[in-house]
Design a protein around this ligand. Structure first.
Ligand SMILES: [Cu+2]
Length: 478
């Protein structure tokens, strides 16, 4: 009886000691879930991936990203004014650990024309950080978030018009490594698929620019990996040796198309479906939605060139969606015997067929003042308020005010041409100079009439009705 009691006490004591030891250990080192120490994230340009920190505990991480708008190569002889996170397309690769607390700094270079922000799909919070990071040129925004879900995530600009900011190159990947880490592989690469909608046809030399109508119809001229045609081809191919294991972190920025991602000549041993926890095995082609990701892993058993494609093959052979991994080393005749040759991919058609869309305006009956004001408010808030704000006051240094705008009220066209054709260059509103770009809006006559009626008769503005007939006249250049 006494012996049993001693044994029980001893056992209890051991449990207590262990418990208090483990407990005090977790408070001094930070435990498995609380943050301990900090580091500045090293960011890389595609196709490079930052090395894993292999941290046992979550930390505070500083991430600094700079937005730069500048002209770069889109294809041989073709240039484009890209909007970028970090100077290149795609944007910098960010690698952090599950549980990390991220202190995020987004800087918008003073030479840029437009405000930008960032929506990271790794963020749990409003807009993925979009509102908190809205940044005018020459400013830096700071916000913080905790990476509570592991996975591979897209980030992108979410400034209106969102599709245009994405189409101009504003996207990248953020990897939130699971706390147990990822299995070791020999090589990791960063590949991002995306589309470009250009005024000029595919391959036409010179500086080209964004075409809203083609974007609206989801008809890209270019579908590429890593920001330009051939970015990862020839001398810039990704390099691997026979016997090495490879992990590709793949994103699809869209903005519109779903990717049927495939590597010609390989089978994915493992796919992290949609960049999450679900593992699929022995896959040849995997779907990556617009705004989504995938992680694929395979072992290179034989030498030669592996070609990455979107298996919607016109995109690959006619619009640029090709990239290469060069595998060097000894032949492995057991796995593949026969002459190994470099495959030459030639465009199948010589010219991309032009799509001429007849402009057909649906005739909607004219509306009275009250009705225009009502629909104008809804349309304004959905199409204009992101920049000019709900109250029409604009944003200092970036978006001119529409409320009591002397510039708008003095225009003989009632401002109709502004949403119809866009506006850029220096203008003066109530004595303040603006030099921004307002994009052309995809709105019909009836919608523009309602919006402008609302704008011109609100927030202290006083004027008369704008009719769809007036917009139609301006549309035809009269
Ligand atoms: Cu942007």
């Amino acid at each position: 009886m006494t012996i049993a009691r001693v044994k029980v006490t001893a056992a209890l004591l051991t449990i207590l000691i262990c418990f208090s030891y483990c407990h005090s250990d977790s408070t001094t080192t930070g435990g498995n879930d609380s943050v301990s120490g900090y580091y500045e994230a090293k960011l890389t340009d595609a196709p490079n991936v930052p090395a894993s920190g292999n941290f046992k505990y979550p930390k505070k991480v500083i991430v600094r990203l700079e937005v730069l708008e500048h002209v770069m190569r889109l294809a041989d002889g073709v240039e484009y004014n890209f909007w970028t996170f970090g100077g290149k397309v795609p944007g910098k690769f960010i690698r952090i650990r599950e549980g990390d607390e991220v202190e995020f700094y987004l800087s918008n270079h003073p030479n840029n024309k437009l405000p930008h922000n960032i929506d990271l799909h790794a963020v749990t919070g409003p807009g993925g950080g979009a509102e908190a990071s809205m940044t005018a040129p020459g400013h830096t925004s700071q916000f913080s978030f905790k990476a509570i879900n592991p996975g591979l995530f897209i980030y992108h600009c979410a400034t209106a018009p969102v599709g245009m900011h994405i189409a101009n190159g504003m996207y990248g990947l953020i990897l939130v490594e699971p706390k147990e880490g990822l299995p070791k592989v020999d090589k990791e690469f960063y590949v991002m698929q995306s589309e470009f909608y250009t005024k000029a046809k595919f391959g036409a030399p010179g500086l080209t620019s964004f075409d809203m109508e083609k974007a609206f119809n989801e008809h890209p001229d270019y579908v590429v990996f890593n920001g330009s045609v051939g970015a990862q081809m020839g001398d810039n191919s990704m390099q691997v040796k026979v016997g090495e294991t490879v992990r590709l972190f793949i994103g699809n920025a869209g903005p519109a198309l779903t990717s049927s991602f495939h590597v010609i000549g390989e089978i994915f041993d493992r796919v992290h479906v949609e960049g999450g926890d679900l593992i699929n095995k022995n896959v040849s082609t995997t779907l990556i939605p617009a705004g989504g990701t995938s992680i694929v892993e395979f072992k290179c058993e034989t030498p030669g060139s592996l070609t990455l494609v979107d298996h919607s093959v016109f995109r690959a052979f006619n619009k640029g969606a090709l990239a290469q991994i060069k595998v060097s080393g000894k032949e492995n005749v057991n796995i593949f015997s026969g002459k190994q040759k470099d495959l030459v991919y030639q465009p199948e058609g010589s010219a991309v067929q032009s799509i001429t869309k007849a402009h057909k305006e649906v005739v909607i009956p004219e509306k009275a003042m009250a009705e225009r004001m009502e629909s104008g408010k809804i349309l304004y808030e959905g199409n204009c308020a992101a920049c000019h704000q709900k109250n029409g006051e604009g944003l200092a240094g970036a978006f001119p005010p529409l409320a009591k705008s002397d510039y708008l009220m003095a225009r003989s066209d009632k401002g109709v041409n502004i949403p119809l054709h866009g506006l850029s260059g220096k203008i003066k509103v109530n004595g303040v100079e603006y030099d921004g770009i307002m994009p052309q809006m995809q709105l019909n006559n009836d919608e523009i009439a309602s919006i402008l009626t609302y704008v011109r008769n609100n927030w202290g503005n006083k004027s008369d009705l704008v009719t769809a007939a007036e917009v139609e006249k301006a549309r035809n250049g009269k």
